[in-house]
Structures are given as C-alpha cells and as structure tokens.
Write a protein that binds this ligand. Structure first.
Ligand SMILES: [Zn+2]
Length: 280
C-alpha cells in the first residue's frame, strides 16, 4: 500500500489552518501524552513549561517543519513525521486514537496532534538550541525561498548521486519528499535515475521551474491523502491531489501525456515513478 508522508503542501495546508487559531492566542493548557513526542527537547517537560501561559506569535514554516514564535523568545517546532496530522477541536470533543499532544488556547480551541507512529514531534527551543539542532542544516524553503539556477548548478556539479536523491536532500532545498519529487521531475522531463552532475543548465532550469508550480498545485488540492488516510486536513477532510498526480503511484498505468506505461524503480532507497518516453 502507498503510505502518505506529509511533504511541503500537506504541512503548509496544515499551517494555514492552524495559524489563525494560534496566532496572538495564549496557551492555557499543554499536555504531552507521550514523552516520545517531545524527544527533541532535553527534558520533555520543557515543552509543557515553555508553552503554558505564553502567547503565540507568527506561525511560519521551513520545509516540512511548522515553526511558531512563542513569547519569551522560544521557537515552537512541529513536525508531522510519517503519519502525523493536526486536529482543531473543542475541549470535550471525542478524541481520535493516538492523540499524543494537546494545546488549549485562551479562545477555547484545542490543537490536537494525532500521530499513530510517533515519528512526528513537538519541540520548544531557545534560539541557541535551535541553532544547535539538525534544523539548522535545512536548506532554503522550496516554496518561499527557492534557490537560483546558479545555486542548483553549484550543488549538482560533479555529483554522481541521482537527481532524485538531491531533490529529496533537505540540506539543498527543504520541503520536497517522495511524491512531489517524482511529480517535479516528470514536469521537468528528467529521469529520476540520472546522475545530478549530468544535467545540463537547461535541464536544471527545468527542474527548478517545476518546483513551485507542482507544490502550488498540491496546495490548491489541500495536499495528497492516500489510501491509508494518515494525512488529513485539520478539519478532517482528505487532500485531493492524488487523483491529479502524473506519475507517483501510477506504475503500470498510462502516461497522461504520451500513453506510455509509467515505470517504477528504486532510487536512493525510495520508489521513483517516471515516464520512460517523456523523461530523458
Ligand atoms: Zn509520457
């Protein structure tokens, strides 16, 4: 079965839903139900102590991480991991199984973080802790701050790693995962197995120019929910981009542009889907 892992469009869809509920509100009760959810802090209790009673500022995003400013110069980081999603509820509403983190705002709305596999996390960092965390290694955001063609050429130069692996490398550009990488490379007409260093300037330009339109298209559909329904919007609806995917999850089906059969290969330990006719 295809497993949906939240990528930039799913995280940004989530951010846009929760930001208006959190921004400017004070958190009156915070509950970490599983210590594992707060594992990125030295002491899980720090998450509770640093959020409770404090006002939330701007709720932003870098790559697949939601990052909110919190009074007292803290950064509240939320990562959906493999199977996480957010819900907005009223206290007393029936709880979804695996609700591992709950924050109640002074407007009476609860943010609930549901994560069956707990690969996601919630962390509250000081600026120093954030600078020392793996997040400091993140590249620029794929949607808001896409690197230039020159930057990409410098990063790809001489690399024998596949273009798919480098598009997935969060240190180069942050936010793209398996689904959108395949869609971006289809739109750019570049095979995912190509060595990154073998791409011409024209091809690198095509890859770069495919990034934002593909992510925007995913966003316009509320992201991609697959059969497992691990990812849902905070209001419980499914993201509907799946039906519009050109190659991801379509091995053996006809390419919508040329009719050839979409193929699946393993690249960088991940499945990659592509059209052998449209992509060179
Ligand atoms: Zn094709």
């Amino acid at each position: 079965m295809l497993v949906s892992v939240p990528e930039l469009p799913e995280v940004e869809t989530t951010r846009r839903a929760i930001a208006p509920v959190l921004e400017g509100r004070r958190l009156v009760a915070v509950d970490v139900r599983r210590d594992r959810m707060a594992r990125r802090n030295e002491r899980p209790i720090d998450v509770v102590e640093r959020l409770t009673g404090r006002r939330v500022g701007v709720v932003g995003r870098i790559g697949k991480f939601i990052v909110a400013d919190v009074e007292g110069d803290f950064r509240w980081v939320m990562h959906l991991g493999m199977s996480g999603r957010m819900e907005l509820s009223q206290p007393g509403d029936p709880e979804t199984a695996h609700t591992n983190f709950v924050a109640l705002t002074d407007s009476g709305i609860e943010l609930r973080f549901v994560d069956p596999r707990t690969f996601g996390f919630v962390a509250v960092f000081t600026s120093e802790e954030l600078a020392a965390s793996p997040m400091a290694q993140l590249g620029r955001d794929a949607l808001d701050d896409l690197p230039s063609v020159k930057d990409f050429m410098a990063r790809f130069h001489g690399r024998s790693a596949s273009i798919k692996a480098l598009v997935l490398d969060q240190r180069i550009v942050a936010g793209i995962g398996n689904i959108y990488a395949d869609e971006i490379l289809f739109r750019a007409r570049v095979k995912p197995t190509r060595a990154a260093g073998s791409l011409s300037e024209r091809e690198i330009t095509a890859v770069r120019e495919a990034v934002v339109p593909v992510l925007e298209e995913g966003l316009a559909h509320g992201g991609t929910s697959l059969g497992d329904l691990a990812y849902l919007l905070p209001d419980g609806r499914a993201g509907t981009y799946f039906g519009h995917l050109a190659v991801y999850g379509r091995a053996g089906e006809a390419c919508r542009q040329c009719g050839s059969m979409i193929e699946r290969v393993v690249v960088a330990q991940r499945s990659a889907h592509y059209c052998p006719q449209c992509q060179l």
